[in-house]
Design a protein around this ligand. Structure first.
Ligand code: NAD
Length: 351
């Protein structure tokens, strides 16, 4: 067998190594550092190549590609969303991603992104809530207690100091799973019997359910003044969580409007309904929360820049932790024009 040249070796972070990386770092520190990378990239938002993700829809779900570049690095994520997967023992959302060098076009990192998506989604939600949630918030309702839910809880504790959780899921086993996973972490947890009960006394409401339909997880009478809503689960055409009346009452904050208008809660509104981009609040170009009674809504769909930040973060941790394997991913003959010669020599060396 021929030994691949060092230029052709691509670091690969497996699911196992991603879990080791989170443990070696500590999950709260991981989420905090990841949120700082996301914030850094939102501050330089205007220089990114941005496009709504490329979605291939089918009856049961969607497969999406999410590319972006800052001119020096290029990243993309492959991600699916299949709510019915859970019933056959599969994840609703799985992902992997690549970071590449724009100068050479060579990949610099291939990584699992199922865990990393849950981490980056939670870090983005908490980063947005830091800009928008009422000051002093300590209680969050989480409606939908599936794969993403614990990550959301921990990010909101790490970045906002949320200590009390009110959980609700149509499947009580999901809430019990979530309570069990978070119990040892010191949260004060209440499992509610309905979504109405879950939102009582919460200053922040996270909706993170999965259903391929226009659902009404929250109706307007459930949303009191001053609440911040972190709407994560509605992220596809025809897949929303909030009643339209809430959208008409709330100040709405989004990642990238051309994508959110297709996929987010605001697909229920006219195309010119005003929304504010998160990066503008961060950089002081637009106000965030301005009044105590204001209902703020982060209409999260997940944007490529957040994955790019996550890929950058993981890439920056590789040398220090060594938590990767080397992948022989690129054909790279000694003479770049002699690709066929490399193939021939490999037959000779195999013989
Ligand atoms: P999951 O299938 O693991 O969990 C979803 C949970 O929602 C399940 O426990 C289910 O019982 C519950 N649920 C469904 N309908 C409900 C209802 N009416 N009321 C209360 N609970 C209900 O899915 P997941 O991986 O946790 O993802 C949740 C959602 O978040 C998905 O729709 C996914 O597409 C979305 N998501 C968004 C982003 C983003 O960046 N915005 C990122 C990742 C996932």
């Amino acid at each position: 067998m021929l030994t691949p040249s060092p230029l052709a070796i691509v670091p690969f972070v497996s699911v196992d190594n991603m879990m080791r990386l989170v443990h070696a770092t500590g999950i709260e520190r991981f989420l905090t550092e990841l949120a700082a990378y996301i914030e850094e990239d939102f501050r330089r938002w205007e220089l990114f190549d941005k496009t709504p993700r490329i979605a291939s829809h089918s009856h049961d779900g969607v497969i999406e590609l999410m590319p972006t570049s800052d001119g020096a690095l290029y990243g993309f994520k492959y991600v699916n969303g299949h709510p019915k997967n859970m019933r056959s023992g599969r994840q609703t959302v799985t992902a992997f991603g690549v970071l590449a060098d724009v100068g050479s076009g060579y990949p610099m990192l291939l990584t699992e992104m199922t865990l990393l998506t849950a981490l980056r989604t939670a870090a983005t939600s908490a980063f947005a809530a830091k800009l928008l949630a009422p000051p002093g918030a300590h209680t969050m309702a989480i409606i939908g207690n599936g794969a993403q839910s614990e990550f959301q809880a921990i990010a909101f504790r790490a970045l906002l100091g949320i200590t009390s959780l009110r959980l609700y899921d149509i499947d009580p086993r999901a809430s019990e799973k979530c309570r069990g996973n978070l119990a040892a972490l010191g949260f004060d947890i209440t499992v509610a019997g309905s979504a109405e009960e879950a939102v009582e006394g919460a200053q922040i409401v996270t909706t993170v359910t999965a259903d391929k339909q226009n659902a009404t997880i929250l109706s307007s009478n459930m949303v009191g003044p001053g609440i911040h809503i972190n709407a994560v689960g509605g992220d596809c055409p025809g897949k929303t969580e909030l009643h339209r009346d809430i959208l008409l009452r709330a100040d709405i904050f989004v990642e990238f409007p051309p994508q959110t208008r297709i996929e987010g809660e605001i697909q229920q509104l006219d195309a010119d309904h005003p929304v504010t981009e998160l990066w503008q609040v961060l950089t002081g170009h637009a106000p965030g929360r301005t009044a105590r009674d204001q209902v703020t809504l982060f209409d999260s769909v997940g944007f490529a820049v957040e994955d790019f930040s996550a890929l950058r973060y993981v890439r920056d941790r590789l040398v220090e932790t060594g938590l990767f394997t080397e992948l022989d991913l690129l054909a790279d003959p000694d003479d770049p024009r002699d690709l066929f010669g490399m193939l021939q020599r490999s037959a000779a060396s195999a013989a």
